[in-house]
Design a protein around this ligand. Sequence first.
Ligand code: HEC
Ligand code: HEC
Ligand code: HEC
Ligand code: HEC
Ligand code: HEC
Length: 503
Amino acid sequence: MSTSTTEKVGGRKPRWGFIATVLVLGAVVAVGVLALLVDIFTKRTEAQQPYFQVVQLTDTTYDPAVWGQNFPLQYEGWLKTQEMPADEQLLRTPTADDPRTVMAKSKLEADPRLVTMWQGYAFSVEYNEPRGHMYMLEDQRLVKRVTMFKQPGACLNCHASLPEVVNTLGNGDAAAGWAAMNKMPYSEATTYAQHPVGCIDCHDPATMKLRVTRPAFIEGIKEYKASEAGGSVANFDVNTMASAKEMRTYVCAQCHVEYYFAGDEKTLTFPWEKGLTVNDAMAYYDEIGWSDFTHKLTGAPVIKAQHPDFETFSQGVHASAGVTCADCHMPYKREGAAKITDHQVASPMRTNETINTTCLTCHRTSEEEMRARVDTIHNRYEETKNTAFDALDQLIADIVKARENGTDQARIEEAWAYQRQAQFIVDYVTSENSRGFHAPAYTNQILNQATDAARRGQLALLGQTYPPASAPSPAPVPEYTPPPASPTPSPQAPETASAPTTP
Ligand code: HEC
Ligand code: HEC
Ligand code: HEC
Ligand code: HEC
Ligand code: HEC
């Protein structure tokens, strides 16, 4: 190259061969640099947006397989929700009515106290462990609670991909579609459903942003946010006002929550007007006079609780530390240069690798240690639950006996109120799916309350009543004599300022 300068300086005619060489060399370098830039650029965009748009997704792209053409890795994870660990499988011989060869295990067989607690209600006939999302529609269609009892279309709210169903039923008007589906008989409504929860239920097809599609959650979270416990926010609109982090929990809380069907319209409703605790829900149901069934053995009007995973999680330290459902059940994982969200929604404890991609991103310790901590929580939970559940079981047996013995109706009714309370809490806690993990201290606290209620019910049958646990002591308060002036406050100062601890 150095010769080129001298050659030019002479003002001679340009040498075309040389110029061509420079041009070619330059082009090669430029192409090289460009290639490198392109490579860096694609890697970077891949990390943010790991896909090539193969198909145009719209509001009517219902089939997850079509979304899978743009997002093969997420689609693969979604399909994997059909994987079941061997020890969770119940093998069965298929029949004409029920083609399943594998089911989840029965919870009723594992704990017959559930059958006693639900006497007179469909749950006492069949109730199983949950399994992966891919089974949600099939398991609902085939459960005896559906095949032997009349259920409304509202059951579909949390068991199918719904944009297609409600657009069809409402002729494009989603609100009309929801209303029509809810009150339709289940057997009819389910013929409109094709897929378990799909991409379009959690993602906006134009932007891929997370979104909430279920009116029950949109309404429920608005009520909760407006309440004092929720921060007194007026007119909360989840899809425009929730943070990206909150959405990583809210997409799950569309379904993993306690609910009931309100009125003849069978509108799916979440009892969150007073807050998200079990006592807030109970106060709500008492106020509207709601009971799910009359207990067949005792005659008590009682409430059935269903999977309050979000509400329970909300009372724990992970929620207050800003951890989300997705952090533990849909962790990030590396695929080449891209960091993607694992769409195989499942237990984070299933392998050392999943403990690693979830817990260990925050807890700097070993997989074994995390497993041991979860086992400890599960074991303590089982013990506390057994104490409460036995107490409830004994209360039910005692009410049955008392009715046979012609015990005074007033005492029976007092015992019913305690059964209602103990039963709702025990049901709430056993229907919650983490076996105590989502909020260990809170779960044990409310189980303690249930044990207390059950024992009070037994005492009420004997004519003995005590003031509520949270009320101040009935003993007369001794007259207060100020201590002699002292520079340091007495360590035994009476705790008169402390608020009652039980809501
Ligand atoms: C608010 C959402 C929601 C509604 C409404 C709902 N489910 Fe579910 N269902 C869930 C969730 C979440 C699970 C998984 C967690 C669990 O099993 O507790 C589940 C699990 C199930 C299962 C599998 C485990 C079991 O219970 O045996 C069946 C079957 C089922 N539901 C049937 C129904 C029927 C029937 C209805 C209507 C009466 C209904 N569901 C309404 C959310 C819902
Ligand atoms: C449309 C309602 C719906 C949504 C949304 C939903 N789930 Fe589920 N989920 C269910 C149902 C129903 C089942 C039980 C299916 C069955 O047993 O057939 C279930 C099962 C599960 C299970 C048990 C899986 C297993 O392998 O045992 C986990 C864990 C879970 N869901 C977590 C989540 C998380 C986390 C989210 C949010 C990212 C979420 N779900 C969103 C309805 C839903
Ligand atoms: C800090 C981590 C963490 C967070 C956050 C979390 N979970 Fe869990 N979850 C767990 C663990 C641990 C278990 C117990 C799994 C086991 O024992 O295999 C569990 C169990 C479950 C199960 C039962 C799974 C099964 O295999 O039967 C469901 C359903 C569930 N969680 C849903 C949720 C939902 C919905 C949220 C958010 C509202 C949430 N979880 C938030 C860690 C978490
Ligand atoms: C139950 C809700 C749910 C369903 C169903 C679901 N996703 Fe997601 N998806 C999530 C969550 C949560 C994230 C994390 C988003 C965030 O933090 O911003 C996510 C992230 C993504 C992303 C962003 C890139 C990444 O991996 O983080 C893509 C792309 C995606 N999902 C594609 C899909 C496709 C394709 C399907 C259907 C096959 C699907 N999702 C079904 C909840 C869901
Ligand atoms: C995104 C971060 C994050 C993830 C992921 C996470 N944790 Fe935590 N965990 C925390 C924080 C923060 C605390 C509260 C620590 C404190 O206040 O001392 C906590 C507390 C705990 C506690 C004490 C609970 C209590 O009620 O006192 C246990 C046990 C625990 N985590 C287990 C787990 C397990 C098991 C997993 C995985 C399934 C997990 N964590 C995933 C951040 C996380």
